[in-house]
Ligand binder design. Sequence first.
Ligand code: PRP
Length: 184
Amino acid sequence: MDAKDVGGDLEKILITAEQIDARLTELAAEIDEYYQGEEILLVGVLNGAVMAMADLSRKIHTSTRMDWMAVSSYGSGTKSSGVVRILKDLASDIHDVNVLIVEDIIDSGLTLSWLLANLRSREPKSLRIATVLRKPDAAKVEVEVDHVGFDIANEFVVGYGLDYAGRYRSLPFVGTLAPHVYGA
Ligand code: PRP
């Protein structure tokens, strides 16, 4: 899928596929340098992180394993409560394991903050975070993030794993949608 496949739905492209690729190469190098050859368990947060996981993992030279979690916020369709329930838990035990959470975006930070507390209670050897995107102006809780691809403005973005109503995840770039898509 590319821009031409979504017709007039796009407003603008914020970050191109080439920019994402180049930045992920840099993040992978940072990650390799940090872990110094110690094996990493990459934990992808479904669904948005699938693209980041596929691309970032293939750029990391350190030995990695992969696992996945799916979480959902409670409440009225918003993430405002920060209370999350687990839809799919990890398949593996992370006790004494180097865990690197892989996210597509950190918005309010509430999902990640909950996830960090949850995973920390399982006593991993280390627990770090890599995200492709972060919205500093949307933060409701401060979360220290170890590897950040791009800090972006507080606007609704799609593509590279990010959806609107389940769609647009497979766009290879990050962009914003035209207002008519939202019913405006
Ligand atoms: C997105 C994203 C993060 C979370 C970030 O997931 O993948 O997990 O929101 O938001 P926060 O910082 O405000 O908590 P979402 O719940 O939309 O599910 P999805 O990955 O399946 O799209």
